[in-house]
Design a protein around this ligand. Structure first.
Ligand code: CIR
Length: 253
């Protein structure tokens, strides 16, 4: 069974970084309830849950996707683009090492947020965003290309991270809400979704995806493609520019 890396939300979640959205009130209790339901959706399917030590002083620590990129058996530890988030790394490293996972790491002056990394087959699309710089992307290339991955850089200006704009269905179709995708033509197969919060999917298996409950038209269009769709409420995380992908990392792909 797959293993899923997660970290419970900080009580300071409402103070997390914001780049493209205005700050609105965030309910930390509701966030915890939503996070528990999110984790349960995987647990119900038999996934093993690996919890990183809480980092309650780190408002954005729940968004573990940004701290580590898995390429096969290798975990690439990221160096956050936002200085306020660099304190998340140590506990993530410790959790991975305790789980017996091989690690490599992005080092200064490189910055890389895992939210900028979208894998489709053996292609690793990496967003050149306000968080991931040229040095970070070059380091990722040096680490993973010898292992049979091909890194392709994608400009990202309209949203926080590459995966705020696009993710991929199990068959490799890249999906995104077009007004927030810088250049859909950069992907071999692109399908537009009708809602902003429909952009993010987590692939659970070859025929099942997990996505936000706040995108019913998108869920219907995925079902029309023959996919099973599991939905979860993630409103409190969406207010902080997070989404379903940001809340976990699948260990090994
Ligand atoms: C941040 O700005 O870093 C957080 N408030 C949101 C991070 C979301 N992560 C992601 O899209 N991978």
């Amino acid at each position: 069974m797959p293993r899923l890396l997660v970290r419970r939300p900080s009580p300071l979640l409402a103070d997390g970084e914001l780049t493209h959205l205005d700050r609105v009130p965030v309910d930390a209790d509701l966030a915890l309830t939503q996070w528990n339901a999110y984790v349960d959706a995987f647990r119900r399917l038999g996934w093993d849950i690996v919890q990183i030590a809480p980092a309650d002083g780190q408002p954005d620590g729940v968004f573990v996707e940004d701290a580590v990129v898995m390429c096969g058996e290798l975990a690439v530890l990221c160096r956050a683009g936002a200085a306020s988030r660099r304190g998340e790394a140590e506990t993530v490293r410790a959790g991975l090492v305790a789980s017996g996972i091989e690690t490599a790491e992005i080092v200064a002056p490189g910055t890389l947020d895992g939210g900028d990394v979208l894998k489709v087959g053996r292609t690793v699309y990496v967003g050149a965003s306000s968080r991931s710089n040229a040095a970070g992307i070059a380091q990722l290339r040096e680490i993973v290309e010898p292992r049979g991955w091909e890194v392709r850089e994608i400009p990202v200006a309209k949203v926080l991270h590459l995966k705020s704009g696009v993710t991929a269905l199990p068959d490799g179709t890249v999906v995104g809400f077009e007004p927030l995708v810088d250049d859909p033509a950069l992907f071999p197969v692109f399908a537009a979704v009708p809602e902003e919060h429909g952009t993010a999917v987590v692939v659970l298996d070859e025929r099942t995806v997990l996505m936000s409950a706040d995108a019913p038209l998108t869920a219907a269009s995925h079902r029309d493609r023959g996919l099973e769709v599991v939905t979860v409420e993630v409103s409190e995380f969406e207010k902080l520019e997070g989404c379903v992908t940001c809340l976990s990392v699948r260990l090994r792909d």
